[in-house]
Design a protein around this ligand. Structure first.
Ligand code: SF4
Length: 212
């Protein structure tokens, strides 16, 4: 998450982290990002967007996704996968949600989104909300109903990288409403400079030393 020229940029990965600890997202904003090796993966995309945002240039792109959906409808096949494709949407005035799923493509007029996560025996709320944020972005970009946005979470083995299980996440209006409440909460704390509640996973938190 970053604030530039009164614009707030919230990444889909922030939504994931928020479900473990709302305070961590606040600390990230207050003290700046502290990257652990595990957080390094998404940093290149974040840096690029932050650079553009700092220059007052909101990242923009041609909507390849909408194009892909339209073409896939007519030829009834997988026609395009969009690698390293980030989406953004102004969810409320001056608040931008930005996300880049691991895979996004089109099939028979539907959008297909897949996110990879390390295997656990259950689906985490943070994983669910992160994928919901991608669905919201794809909906905003293509205008498709949520029942035409199919989302998967591929759980992989940490040692081998092999996909062990595929979870199908059903995107409902209720889930999207919950996501919007989370975004509202983040913005509320930010604007009021109020420290959110403590969360979990403190052992791995880069802000551990600063959190009393
Ligand atoms: S140390 Fe724990 S409570 Fe504090 S920000 Fe990190 S995860 Fe949250």
């Amino acid at each position: 998450m970053k604030v530039v020229n009164n614009n707030v940029y919230i990444y889909s990965s922030d939504i994931y982290s928020y479900m473990f600890c709302p305070r961590q997202i606040f600390m990230k904003l207050k003290y700046g990002p502290i990257r652990t090796p595990a957080m390094a993966n998404g940093s290149a995309m974040h840096k690029f967007i932050e650079h553009k945002a700092t220059e007052g240039e909101i990242p923009s792109h041609i909507s390849k996704l909408k194009e892909a959906v339209n073409i896939s409808n007519s030829i009834d096949a997988v026609i395009q996968s969009v690698e390293r494709y980030y989406m953004q949407y102004e969810v409320m005035p001056n608040v931008f949600l930005i996300g880049k799923p691991d895979y996004i493509g089109a099939y028979r007029g539907n959008v297909i989104i897949t996110e990879r996560k390390p295997y656990r025996d259950r689906l985490l709320t943070g994983e669910l909300m992160q994928v919901a944020s991608y669905a919201l972005l794809a909906h905003a970009e293509t205008g498709l109903d949520y029942n035409k946005i199919t989302c998967y979470i591929d759980k992989y083995d940490r040692e081998t990288g092999e996909i062990i299980k595929r979870e199908h996440v059903i995107i409902t209006e209720k889930l999207i409403d919950e996501l919007l409440l989370i975004i509202n909460d983040i913005v509320h704390h930010l604007k009021n400079n109020s420290m959110p509640d403590k969360g979990t996973m403190c052992e791995y938190c880069p802000y551990k030393e600063m959190c009393d």
